[in-house]
Design a protein around this ligand. Sequence first.
Ligand SMILES: [Zn+2]
Length: 232
Amino acid sequence: MKILEKILEYIFLPACGVCGKLGEGYLCKNCERELERYSLVRANKCENIDNSLDIKRKVVIKGVEGTRIFKLHVFKYENVIRNLILDYKFNDKSYLYKTFCEFIVKNKKIVEFIKSYDIIIPVPMFKTKIRKRGYNQSELMAKEIAKNVGIKVYTDVLIKIKDNKVQSSLNKQDREENTKNVYDLANSEKMYNKRILIFDDIYTTGNTVEACKKELVKAKPSKIGILTLAKD
Ligand SMILES: [Zn+2]
């Protein structure tokens, strides 16, 4: 009986993605406090998000054709956050998207930011890379965020057409070149006059999201924002 209970518990109770504790959702209270230490978005401040992005430094930049770009990074990419994201991407811990999302949807300020968009678009991966890894980590998260916050997620509008090198394997000078002409648009009419939010896991030099943005502005959205899980 005990074994059966354990099995049922294992099947039906979500476990904390960080420590494995059962019964407190995908992120237990202890681990939530730990992750909070690396949060770049303090939930207790309530100024208008769009005017105070990145929270610590105001990162509101002018994009192509005058489209204003708003950025929000959830975490600083260090220590436990760095390890979790590396596990998520490279050590087959795909279930961690639930844990990250749970953290995000509990933060009213981040949710408010996401809700100021109509559509979230994950940075796409090249098809052979998805096949190899089994999932696109940004897509898994974007879908979960969209479901929880109540906005749309489009995975058929921004396409990766070239299998370029992994950004983290390159020095900063080569990263910009590496992201040129690797993305293309499809079904662009779906984004016309819409507020779109690009989602990526790690923000380092910003070349990847900038390259995505460059394509997406061609669809003439009314606003483009950038949301990343962590800033390096
Ligand atoms: Zn935990």
